[in-house]
Design a protein around this ligand. Sequence first.
Ligand code: NAP
Length: 299
Amino acid sequence: MSQTAQLMDGTSLARRIVEQAADRAAEISRRTGTSPCLATVLVGEDPASVTYVRMKRSRCAKAGIRSRHIALPATATTAELVDTLTDLSADPDVHGILLQHPCGPGIDERAAFEAIAPEKDVDGVTMRSFAAMGFGLPGFVSCTPGGIMRLLREYDVQLPGRHAVVVGRSPILGKPVGMLLLAADATVTYCHSRTADLSSIVREADVVVAAVGRPRLIRGADIKPGAVVIDAGYNPGNIGDVDFDTAVTRAGLITPVPGGVGPMTIAVLLAQTVDAAAHQLGAGHWALSSPTVGASSRR
Ligand code: NAP
């Protein structure tokens, strides 16, 4: 019988993170009389985006985090969106801001993200948050990369000196997760659509992070025996970017799809919203849940 990797259970870790966030939200509310509040902003009515925002708001409600929803029409301009985000940034009753993206054609997303005050950037999308991730400084992380780092920590994966290969370089996932791995002293290689001979690079990896959006792109034959395999991909039909059935026979640790990285994203969003509220209401330290805390500030 072939060897089987240990599964990294994102569902139960995410549940614990949300429970801790709920406890902290209740404590903040008891101490200050104000409960944490996340503002969600949606442009247009894309069905997937509507569902994602509804899920996030419902998870907030269960954790004792208030949410305030602003729905802008698909015809909204960048200037209108920037005005909305600037107002929320200045509103003392809002502690975190989530701009659901993609925002649709005609919107300058970078201009919109930069209208979010860094201390309310609980989705980790501003240039300042990105820089903090790059320097290994405390700050709000992109939620999926933050969730991946929490999973690695939970399973006691030792990163210093290990070769981590990140497949994908998007600004919300591939690039920041590579930066967080680097801050944790891994030796990081990025791969992307122009990488020559992806297989041979993945074969060298002690840790593989697949963040592509191509079903079963990474085959088990390319996994080094005993490697840690993190599959952030989510393709139609609950299929990851890793061919799970063949990879599970070679990896040491592997995330399932679903139930691995997916649940961690909302958990980190909630934890960072509570951190933001604690900081703004003077009820604790900022970014207590940051996976970069403890990394050297020089990196
Ligand atoms: P994205 O913006 O489309 O980026 C995809 C990346 O993959 C790009 O850097 C692209 O390279 C690279 N790529 C494409 N084809 C490739 C190939 N054949 N070989 C190597 N690299 C290739 O996607 P994303 O937003 O980062 O999302 C990636 C996946 O993660 C998707 O399945 C998405 O659904 C999932 N995701 C999950 C969560 C979650 O909460 N679990 C959150 C976000 C995303 P170039 O840069 O050269 O184009």
